[in-house]
Ligand binder design. Sequence first.
Ligand code: GLN
Length: 309
Amino acid sequence: MRCQSNNELEALVEEAKQQTKYGKVADYIPALADADEDKLSVALYYPDGRCYSAGDTAENFTLQSISKVLTLALALMDRGEEYVFDHVGQEPTGDPFNSIAKLETNKPSKPLNPMINAGALAITHMIVGESVEDRLQRLLSFIRKLSGNPSITYNQIIAQSELETGHLNRSLCYFMKQHGVIDEPVEELMDLYTKQCAIEMNCLDLARVGCVLAMDGADPVTGEQIIPWDIARICKTFMVTCGMYNASGEFAIKVGIPAKSGVAGGVMGSLPRKCGIAICGPALDDKGNSIAGIKLLEMMSKKYSLSMF
Ligand code: GLN
């Protein structure tokens, strides 16, 4: 699929880019610190095959927390709604994405939702397969199908970097293991989770994934139902309530698009029955969302009346 560069979008990107100087790239995963903080790009993918972009959309970035939406979809397909939500809740936390606080205060102890790290780790634990490699390959083939790009894989350097330094995530795992939320070896789960977060693609691929979710799980080109519609609905609902972490409420008011961000600076948007949107801007705000990306989405939402509310 070719994507048309669009002058109007280019102008919005140039304006939003001014915000990058107020942000900072994530460096708690050391390999992410190399990203170029001044960059910003966007792509929009429509179900009729139109695609518009601005900025350097060919560049790859890792999904990080955006992958949480896709593992949630796969876990729901693997295990069913009842099993998944017996182990992970459905409520926003109001806390940072990596917080451990509510794991202790919530009784019985279970992560509040699948978009925070604790919940996402519990969801990754549910992906079915014989081994970590088998589960990873199942996830990769699912994501290749969603993106229409058969060459998608994960970035080994970034996965390794997070595996070596992700002690907070390890502690979330141990806490959940103690309380029976997960029951596999923590290092195995960390191995799979860090590879999942390091799956990389460009804005064009990600906008297509966003479009599949926007179209209730159907492939915009072939019409194949890749994700059952009720699971796509659950994913989009979590994107609204928890997708931008503890900035989700403000984002819903200012932008009004189901969206999920990641600490590499990506944002995936799924505007129901309209289009998929992808943004990459590695400079983050203090909540861990792309600072210029959010500005750009605000401007686009206003200019093109994109809010679904
Ligand atoms: N891999 C990252 C982590 O677990 C993902 C977090 C994010 O993108 N917010 O810390």
